[in-house]
Design a protein around this ligand. Structure first.
Ligand SMILES: [Fe+2]
Ligand SMILES: [Fe+2]
Length: 283
């Protein structure tokens, strides 16, 4: 099986609980754990993969084809579109810290969201390059719906945030997903090597993505969504850590925090917040 990532033996053993734990595993369990570990390295949304799944292509790197990736699905423990909060590293989930009674957006950043380092880096770039508050907020929120579900995360993310942010922000979150497949040289956006690894080198976006691109391209808010993708490109450095502090004022001005707490209000997306707050609930 070829994932295009290198496995750091030391990190892999540590992820399984150390050398003694590995020694106690039978051969099959070890092989399964390795496969899980490699898959997670590849798909790690925060850019923390040690093997550099988000790095630019190496000279001579061979990207998988769509068919090769599809063939791997027969050996996966879960679908590739599953949300991060529902899967564990190396095949195991951990105990989650409880949420406060009235959770805020910052609480979700601290206690539940995945992709945090990535979205903070992208919002930081938007801020450093003087983009508008709407674009900065869209960057800050653009991928955190992957906590809940990865497939079609732009649409899920837009729906999650629609009741609480300006329309332009949720629009940019929705359409960044489609625009990521289409270069815009003038805006400084090129097709990312990451997508050749994740989707296959011969991947063609499905009709709903093509239609969304055509629609967004001629929309007055095109640049809002496009700038999310531009900042996205530069936001996968595992060695850069950005705090949420520079964005607290923008959140205060632009995000309508419900007084009951996210998930406890009656908004159309309250159940999505609850699903992230309580992902161990069996029904
Ligand atoms: Fe995204
Ligand atoms: Fe992103």
């Amino acid at each position: 099986m070829k994932f295009g990532v290198e496995v750091d033996r030391r990190l892999f053993i540590a992820s399984l609980g150390g050398a003694a734990a590995v020694a106690a595993m039978d051969h099959e369990a070890r092989a399964e754990s390795l496969e899980d570990y490699m898959a997670q390295q590849l798909e790690e949304p925060q850019g923390q993969a040690q093997g550099g799944a988000f790095a630019p292509a190496q000279p001579g790197e061979k990207f998988p084809t769509v068919a090769e990736l599809a063939a791997q699905n027969e050996n996966r423990a879960m679908r590739r579109g599953v949300g991060d909060v529902f899967m564990g590293r190396a095949g195991r989930v951990t105990k989650l810290d409880p949420m406060p009674a009235k959770p805020t957006l910052q609480d979700f950043f601290k206690l539940r969201f995945s992709t945090v380092n990535h979205v903070l880096q992208s919002a930081n770039r938007a801020m450093q390059t003087g983009m508008t508050e709407e674009v900065i907020l869209a960057c800050l929120l653009h991928d955190v719906s992957q906590t809940l579900i990865k497939v079609d995360h732009g649409w899920w993310g837009a729906q999650l945030f629609e009741p609480y942010v300006p329309e332009k922000v949720s629009w940019a979150i929705r359409y960044h997903q489609a625009l990521r497949f289409y270069p815009d040289h003038a805006a400084g956006y090129e097709y990312p090597d990451l997508y050749k690894r994740l989707f296959g080198v011969d991947y063609e976006p499905p009709p709903h993505i093509q239609a969304a691109y055509k629609f967004a391209k001629n929309h007055k808010w095109y640049m809002e969504a496009r700038l999310v993708t531009v900042n996205d490109l530069y936001a996968f450095d595992p060695n850069v850590k950005v705090s949420i502090d520079p964005f607290i004022d923008i959140i205060g001005r632009q995000f309508k925090q419900p007084k009951e707490g996210l998930g406890n209000d009656t908004s159309p997306s309250a159940h999505m917040w609850r699903a992230m707050a309580l992902p161990d609930s069996p029904l």
